[in-house]
Design a protein around this ligand. Structure first.
Ligand code: SMG
Ligand code: MG
Length: 374
């Protein structure tokens, strides 16, 4: 048998610019990986890199390069040795990719495309495979850094009216206490949290302690990714729970951060941890350690979103995720849009990730397509 891969590069305008402590974007450059089986079916995965290495070291052009030159070729022997009309098992794909270091977002996209194909062969949904315990998930929304407090209040008000169950404000030095005060004055009771994307330093501990008066669910990734000790120090000064995002790259790093006392809540993103198998393993660890988790987002199209929603329906995902409706990001999605239903999204039930790109939208959004034959 053979499987070939197609890397689709897309450009989709965002409904509004999204600014974080590490930069701003108004167009999402999306990479979709398609695994094409020679029996006609395709599996899909989304590579969640940004165009530049601001969120993490990975970035889109580098991810495409590593997929083409190393990750896809390294799967050749595994795919060749698979039985006729059969996609290699998810565990064997993870093991084969693990001989290469780093690049979790690129690995996740390839692993998910093959997982989607493997599940379709078995007529199983990703949700069934992962072991979901609910058919819809609570949704939050991540609010970028706007130009003014007025804009902030308008945007948050719109999301609350749409039914989002939790608001997350992006913060950075110079855009934090005032923004929090403005939102809390307007909505004293909403579930509210912040995300700094590594913008503070250990010396900001006393400043971060001032966030405590706003009754936040959590402070996400205040310090640099590798500053595990710093996060522990901060949590001895700040009462609001510290939640790690960028620092958690594997089951081992999650266990280390939990045991060390650097985090009491974890944001799980399949792309950041190298795929859905690792994401599920981190979830299982956190359930065992009584650490609440929630599903992060990377401005995914419907392809990545569908799979994230299945993950978010596992039992340990007890906090609303950054799993927003398609309309939060895009006027038009590459799949059928995900629509908020009373602050929730429905877990897809079809085979595999449960969604496919709409051919017309894919063609219209596509900026480049690369075929990779093994
Ligand atoms: O998908 O709704 C989304 C974005 C959520 O804030 C979000 N993601 O650090 O959690 C995070 C950021 C990373 C992407 S920012 C461009
Ligand atoms: Mg984050």
């Amino acid at each position: 048998m053979s499987i070939s891969f197609v890397i689709h590069s897309l450009e989709i305008p965002l409904v509004r610019p999204f600014r974080t402590s590490f930069g701003s974007q108004s167009v999402r450059d999306v990479v979709l990986v398609e695994a094409v089986g020679d029996w006609g079916a395709s599996g899909w995965g989304e590579c969640v890199t940004m165009a530049w290495p601001g969120y993490s070291a990975e970035y889109t052009r580098g991810a495409i390069n590593v997929m083409r030159e190393f990750l896809i070729p390294t799967l050749g022997p595994l795919i060749d040795s698979s039985a006729l009309n059969s996609t290699p098992a998810p565990d064997s794909v993870r093991a084969a990719l693990s001989v290469m270091q780093g690049n979790p977002m690129a690995k996740s996209a390839i692993e998910t495309a093959l997982l989607d194909l493997w599940l379709k062969e078995r007529n199983l949904s990703l949700g069934e495979f992962l072991g979901v315990v609910r058919d819809r998930v609570d949704c939050g929304v991540s609010v970028g850094i706007p130009n003014s407090l007025e804009e902030l209040i308008t945007e948050v008000g719109q999301y609350i009216d749409e039914g989002y169950r939790r608001i997350k404000l992006k913060v950075e030095p110079g855009w934090d206490l005032e923004a929090l005060r403005a939102v809390r004055n307007e909505w004293p009771k909403i579930l509210l949290q912040v995300d700094a994307n590594q913008a503070y330093r250990r010396s900001d501990a006393e400043h971060l302690a001032k966030f405590d008066e706003f009754n936040l669910l959590l402070i996400e990734q205040p310090l640099p990714e590798d500053d595990i000790l710093g996060h522990k120090l901060i949590s001895s000064v700040v009462s609001t729970p510290i939640c790690l995002d960028e620092s958690i790259l594997s089951v081992e790093s999650a266990e280390g951060a939990i045991e060390f006392g650097a985090t009491t809540i974890i944001n799980i993103k399949p792309g950041r941890v190298g795929g859905f198998l690792n994401a599920r393993d981190i979830h299982d660890l956190c359930v065992e350690k009584s650490i609440p988790v929630w599903c992060g987002g990377m401005l995914e199209t419907g392809i990545g979103r569908a799979a994230n929603i299945a993950l978010a329906a596992l039992p340990g995902f007890t906090l609303p995720g950054d799993t927003s409706a398609s309309s939060r990001y895009y006027k038009e999605d590459v799949t059928q849009p995900f629509v908020l239903d009373n602050g929730q999204l429905h877990v897809p039930t079809g085979p595999g990730i449960g969604v496919e790109p709409i051919a017309e939208n894919l063609a219209q959004m596509s900026s480049a397509t690369q075929q990779i034959k093994l």
